[in-house]
Design a protein around this ligand. Structure first.
Ligand SMILES: Cc1cc2nc3c(=O)[nH]c(=O)nc-3n(C[C@H](O)[C@H](O)[C@H](O)COP(=O)(O)OP(=O)(O)OC[C@H]3O[C@@H](n4cnc5c(N)ncnc54)[C@H](O)[C@@H]3O)c2cc1C
Length: 457
């Protein structure tokens, strides 16, 4: 019988699992190695999160994330909106009225720290959760094949089950892992946060809370976030030392200025930087398979089991989805930890694994194409992938739009567009003479490297 649960890690997966489990009546100890968030959201930019360095990079939250918040943690969703997060409605193409029966679909951009801040507020108010900040979980304590708790710095917290939500560098999972698949995402991130100054109207984004630029040899994006903040990010090949200069503040600013789509946001007098340029390297797609003899009651979720390329913006949704599935399994089989473990394994294999494979495939294709451009032998333009073509043609056909957006927002499986209905609808749109519009083109690779080279200092 499980009554006490230790949750290791207070990122998105751990915080949401703690809330969902405490709301089912479990006594929860949440252990997080970093310190607590500030009392006031105004201080969030200074919150130190060395345990989750991605907090310093932009995040978009896809439709699945927002759907799970609305259905599982509606108070958290309402509190996010109350604290300055704007949603982007994706039910119908921009400027088109959605039919009455369209699926409700929206996503949002927010500083990741703001989302955690709101989750922490809910956890603090939640009966049944004790939060331990500044403590690291060192080990899962197992006795005679059963989970007994976690060893933290200098003590044991007793528990009948342990949720491992310690992220991609989990110190716990290694003891129970059978196989690890890992491949480089093929990119390094350089990001900086800004705030629009008072009185400056918010410039438009493009469909999602993001403005994209580039795609030939590098990636660039501007992510609209909460409370008039936004972030600019460039992604480059790890070996690309010409773009490696993006780590320098002046060079980064010169590159950002070379992107016409960012200009309305970054125009002098419109915005101020609220942080330094920060890099993130070593990004990998990673899949962990647990040994069959991992003890029942050891329950890994989120990045512990699977990481995907941040460019795709999927990880936070999987972290929340893992917590939600764990909650469902505990409510159904709480007395039977083996059934819960089996359910989590089946969920990961059946619902997360196809997205992992999809992400690895995307990364291989993109890395090859970027490498060709950087090495001066750009590939001829390839046909658009079905997912992109369907989304663009969806501006002519609401049903196509809906199917493409459901997939893009992880609310339909990766192969959900591979159907005769989608192909027939695409053919019909193409037969009208419609051609896909150019997607927010950015500077070419040469223009970007020229902008960097022109910057001295
Ligand atoms: C650069 C970058 C950009 C990204 N952008 C997006 C995006 O736009 N959209 C999106 O959906 N996803 C994005 N992701 C992915 C997303 O951030 C992760 O998938 C998500 O954070 C996973 O949540 P988690 O709770 O599983 O792990 P984490 O968020 O990593 O949380 C793990 C927590 O465990 C704590 N911890 C670690 N070890 C211990 C220990 N021993 N004891 C106690 N506590 C411990 C850490 O301090 C941390 O708080 C991005 C990732 C990166 C790297």
């Amino acid at each position: 019988m499980v009554s006490r649960i230790a949750v290791a890690g207070g990122g998105i997966a751990g915080l949401s699992a703690a809330l969902l489990l405490a709301r089912q009546g479990y006594a929860v100890d949440l252990v997080e190695r970093d310190g607590p968030p500030p009392e006031d959201l105004a201080g969030i930019q200074e919150w130190q999160r060395p345990g989750a360095p991605q907090v310093r990079h932009p995040h978009m939250f896809l439709g699945l994330f927002r759907h799970l918040l609305c259905t599982r943690l509606p108070d958290v969703h309402a509190d996010l909106i109350a604290h300055g997060v704007d949603e982007v409605d994706m039910t119908a193409p921009p400027g088109v009225e959605a039919p009455a029966d369209a699926t409700d679909l929206a996503g949002f951009g927010s500083r990741r720290a703001t989302v955690e801040w709101v989750l922490h507020r809910a956890v603090r108010k939640q009966a049944g959760v004790r939060v331990h900040h500044g403590l690291s979980v060192r080990e899962v304590v197992v006795d005679r094949g059963r989970v007994r708790g976690v060893r933290v710095d200098g003590a044991v917290i007793e528990a009948d089950a342990v949720v491992d939500a310690t992220g991609r560098r989990s110190p716990l999972v290694g003891a129970f892992t059978k196989e690890v698949e890992e491949s480089p995402c093929g990119n390094v991130y350089h990001s900086r946060f800004y705030r629009l100054l008072d009185g400056v109207p918010k410039p438009p984004t493009f469909l999602v809370p993001v403005v994209f630029a580039g795609g030939e040899g590098f990636g660039g994006g501007l992510y609209a976030h909460d409370n008039r903040t936004f972030a600019v990010v460039f992604a480059r090949l790890p070996e690309d030392e010409a773009l490696g200069r993006l780590r320098e503040t002046g060079a980064f600013e010169a590159a950002a200025k070379a992107v016409a789509q960012f200009e309305p946001w970054l125009r002098p007098g419109n915005a101020e930087a609220i942080g330094e340029v920060v890099p993130m390297a070593g990004l990998t797609n990673m899949w962990r398979e647990l040994s069959p003899d991992a003890p029942p009651g050891y329950l890994p979720i989120g990045d512990v089991l699977c990481t995907t390329d941040p460019i795709l913006g999927r990880g936070a949704s999987f972290a929340l989805a893992g917590a939600a599935r764990l909650g469902d399994l505990m409510s159904r089989h709480g007395a039977d930890p083996e059934a819960v473990s089996a359910g989590l394994r089946a969920y990961a294999q059946g619902e997360v694994r196809p997205w992992y494979e999809d992400g690895v495939h995307d990364d291989v294709e993109r890395t090859r194409s970027w490498r060709a451009t950087v090495q001066g032998r750009p590939e001829p333009p390839a046909g658009l992938p079905l997912s992109v073509l369907a989304a663009l043609a969806g501006q002519q056909d609401q049903r196509l739009w809906e199917l493409a957006q459901l997939r893009a927002n992880l609310m339909a499986p990766p192969d959900s567009l591979d159907t005769s209905e989608v192909r027939e609808r695409l053919d019909t749109v193409l037969a009208t003479g419609w051609e896909p519009p150019v997607l927010s083109p950015g500077p070419s690779y040469t223009e970007l490297t020229d902008a960097l080279a022109a910057h001295s200092g």
